[in-house]
Design a protein around this ligand. Structure first.
Ligand SMILES: Cc1cc2nc3c(=O)[nH]c(=O)nc-3n(C[C@H](O)[C@H](O)[C@H](O)COP(=O)(O)O)c2cc1C
Length: 177
């Protein structure tokens, strides 16, 4: 699919079909994440792919009921944790770049999934220590986001976005292009 179309089509998917994801497709989305740019090209990201039902049950306990995506995690055949080793990144102007690095990789993954007809949903509302404990993730590794991965069972309408004029300025701060 054309990249502009993929960007337009991506949605947060919170309902999934009861259908496994082919391993080649999981590999393809991970490969897209691997190719992301990163601070000093240090590639601090790590990905944990969870398909084992027992491990998924442990993971679910780390998500609060009020998280609108919790049911999606239970439904999806695969869950990917996007993690970072902050020691392999750095800080500039007070910005911790492990967050930026993994966010870019995460979005690469989401766009590649859309291109393959798969759904994702970035989830950031979880109990990180509980998640780390449930999946035996080493101390020091940060879990930046979690996404279900599977075949969508819904076609959500696009969520609203701010107009370009509100967020993009030309020459003078506040002057719309
Ligand atoms: C950093 C981040 C954290 C998010 N955390 C959650 C979450 O915990 N649960 C959830 O259901 N959706 C979560 N979302 C999804 C957003 O709600 C969603 O991206 C937004 O409403 C726009 O919808 P769209 O992705 O379909 O365009 C998160 C998205 C981002 C980027």
């Amino acid at each position: 699919m054309d990249i502009s179309q993929v960007i337009r089509d991506r949605r947060s998917i919170r309902k999934y079909q009861d259908r496994p994801v082919e391993w080649e497709k999981i590999e393809q989305v991970l490969e897209a994440a691997r190719l992301a740019p990163s601070w000093k090209n240090l590639q601090c990201w790590r990905f944990l792919v969870v398909t084992d039902p027992g491990k998924k049950a442990g993971l679910l306990a780390a998500f609060p009921e009020e998280n609108p995506g919790k049911k999606a995690l239970a439904m999806a055949p695969c869950v990917i944790l996007v993690c970072a080793d902050p020691k392999e990144s750095g800080v500039e102007n007070g910005i911790e770049y492990f967050v930026a690095d993994t966010a870019i990789a995460f979005e690469h993954l989401c766009l590649a999934a859309t291109d393959l007809g798969l759904g994702t949903c970035w989830m950031g509302m979880f109990d990180e220590p509980a998640l780390r404990l449930a999946l035996k993730i080493p101390e020091g590794i940060r879990v930046v986001g979690v996404t279900p991965l599977g075949y969508p069972d819904q076609e959500p309408r696009p969520r609203p976005r701010k107009e370009l004029g509100e967020i993009a300025y030309c020459d003078d701060w506040g002057k719309p292009c």
